[in-house]
Design a protein around this ligand. Sequence first.
Ligand code: RP5
Length: 163
Amino acid sequence: MKKVAVIMGSDSDWPVVKGACEQLKAFGIPYEAHILSAHRTPAAAAEFASSARKNGFGVLICAAGMAAHLAGAFAGNSTLPVIGIPMKGGAMDGLDALLATVQMPSGIPVATVAINGAKNAAVLAAQILSVSDDELAAKLDQARADMAAQIAQKEQKLQAELG
Ligand code: RP5
């Protein structure tokens, strides 16, 4: 299976970003996590992105806050699918990162999840890889079925409480 790269702009992003790694691990997807910054280590970030396909990666997840250019910089340097996680924080509490991540120029997409949406980034990466992996597709189906069962249980509990 192709690997997923989980890239974050700073170690301060890790407490949230590790949620993506946990989800990838739960699906049995190989991943690497690294700290690379579009602003503080621009050459290393560009090098990682431009060699990611030949290094066995299939999806790139990039998390950054504030002037969040990491996902965009990766997308500009690779034709692999890039998923951006805008990080909460700073004076605008993540709205700046959301807009910086989602508002990409035509031709260079970044699939942007919610602010701090680490789990969804991993699920989306799994869905992309599942296009050519039936075993992973079955795991995704099972996860959906588990979610539906949990909701059914909660509904039952609510109705019991309401009498
Ligand atoms: C961004 O700036 C990082 O992704 C992080 O979300 C934010 C703050 O970084 P630190 O100042 O905590 O290193 O580049």
